[in-house]
Design a protein. Structure first.
Length: 154
């Protein structure tokens, strides 16, 4: 039996996030989760995707908050969000996932503390219609035929 070299382990510190076609910098992306409630029959919507939280340093830009406000004001502003895992900073994409029909169900501003010196962080929590593992990361977004139950959100 020939010796096989195991594939290299992938790190979690180098990634890109695109909201629509726009690349935005984030310091953290929460876990991507597809969940099945085993207590429900499959035909009763037992499958769902959990929300994803994006975190980044707060700047003077209000674009994430503005997107949330559009949803609060009744506008249906769903966007594709692509998360690309990189080999290293500025290197090749090794995995890519797309959140189809994503919309912000929560925005949170920083926690403030007069005696602290932490970086001010904003969070954007996204609900979405479908999670697609993108085989070719350069392929444009499309409607996925494998839609599941939408994520639970606001």
């Amino acid at each position: 039996m020939p010796d096989r070299e195991p594939p290299p382990l992938l790190g979690t510190s180098h990634f890109l996030v695109l909201i629509g076609p726009r690349e935005l910098g984030f310091s953290e992306v929460s876990r991507l989760s597809s969940v099945t409630d085993a207590s429900l029959p499959p035909q009763e919507g037992a499958h769902r995707f959990e929300t994803v939280v994006l975190r980044r340093a707060l700047t003077q830009s209000s674009e994430l908050y503005d997107w949330r406000r559009e949803i609060v004001n009744g506008q249906d502003d769903r966007r594709p969000v692509t998360i690309r895992l990189l080999v290293a900073a500025g290197m090749a994409v090794v995995n890519s996932w797309r959140l189809e029909g994503a919309w912000p169900c929560r925005w949170s501003g920083p926690s403030l503390h007069a005696l602290g010196n932490d970086v001010a962080i904003e969070e954007l929590e996204l609900a979405y219609d479908d999670l697609v593992w993108v085989v070719d990361p350069d392929r444009p977004p499309s409607k996925s035929p494998r839609s599941r139950k939408k994520t639970e959100g606001a």
